[in-house]
Design a binder for this molecule. Structure first.
Ligand code: NDP
Length: 242
């Protein structure tokens, strides 16, 4: 059994990634925080495609929960190891810096950045021992250019970009690759309050992207074919920024 863990797999970009990786033959561990029905929907979609998976509910911002739930899963499944990790779960809590509450800062940093540390270090050891692994971190255009109203989110995503590059150099010799994918505007719950018509004039391809379009590049980076790509940040934003 080949295992892939997708954090935030219940909806949006994470769901599309789960489906793509299942098509590649991975048994998918669908992580999510609260939306049980949506997570079951992802699993059903995988099964309809003749794939396999299971739900693994934990809060990526909670180190204790991760060590308990993901740690137990790893201990109980010695038949294989998680060879693909997609750090995708994320939240936004936008506010101008001058009004930003400490909780808005901390929740976004914990969920988007600290989660990378908590989750990745648990699955890394088996990748290194087996001398094969793929880690893909979903970041954002906001972490590259910075966006007003998103100092917390931009800081978290920029932090992951730095960690991606550092870890890639640290473990390249073990044939484990680490890359980041930076989407622009993608049609999910996270962007549902944005008016596509208002924004599309800034986007050369004149539309928001689909989650499946992000999933295609993630699936490639997670495949054996991407064996000579590491430490990179791949943008997928319709040309919004080059
Ligand atoms: P959605 O809001 O549609 O989905 C978020 C997913 O993350 C859900 O599965 C949710 O689980 C999960 N999640 C949130 N918090 C936690 C947590 N603490 N623990 C575990 N799971 C959690 O987001 P998108 O699909 O749009 O975003 C996916 C990633 O892409 C994020 O990292 C986001 O920052 C990034 N991104 C998105 C862009 C966009 O335009 N949509 C643009 C650039 C980057 P549950 O369903 O249980 O709540």
């Amino acid at each position: 059994m080949k295992y892939a863990l997708v954090t935030g797999g219940s909806r949006g970009i994470g769901r599309a990634i789960c489906i793509s990786l299942a098509e590649m033959g991975y048994h998918i561990l669908i992580n999510y925080k609260s939306k049980n029905k949506e997570a079951h929907n992802t699993l059903e979609l995988i099964k309809e495609n003749n794939g396999s998976g299971e739900l693994l509910k934990f809060d990526v911002a909670d180190q204790v929960d991760i060590e308990k739930t993901l740690g137990s899963w790893i201990n109980n499944n010695k038949d294989g190891y998680i060879e693909v990790l997609i750090n995708n779960a994320g939240i936004r809590k936008d506010n101008l810096m001058i009004w930003m509450e400490k909780t808005e800062w901390n929740e976004v940093l914990n969920t988007n950045l600290n989660s990378f540390f908590y989750v990745t270090r648990l699955v890394l050891k088996d990748m290194l021992v087996n001398k094969y692994g793929r880690i893909v971190n979903i970041v954002s255009l906001s972490g590259i250019t910075g966006l007003p109203g998103q100092t917390n989110y931009s800081a978290a995503k920029a932090g992951i970009i730095g960690a991606t590059k550092a870890l890639a150099r640290e473990i390249g010799k073990k044939k484990v690759t680490v890359n980041a994918v930076a989407p622009g505007f993608i049609k999910t719950d996270m962007t549902k309050e944005l008016n596509e018509n208002e924004h599309k004039s800034q986007i050369p391809l004149a539309r928001f992207g689909e989650p499946e379009e992000v999933a295609h590049i993630v699936a490639f980076l997670a495949s054996e074919k991407a064996s000579y790509i590491t430490g990179q940040v791949i943008s997928i934003n319709g040309g919004l920024s080059t």
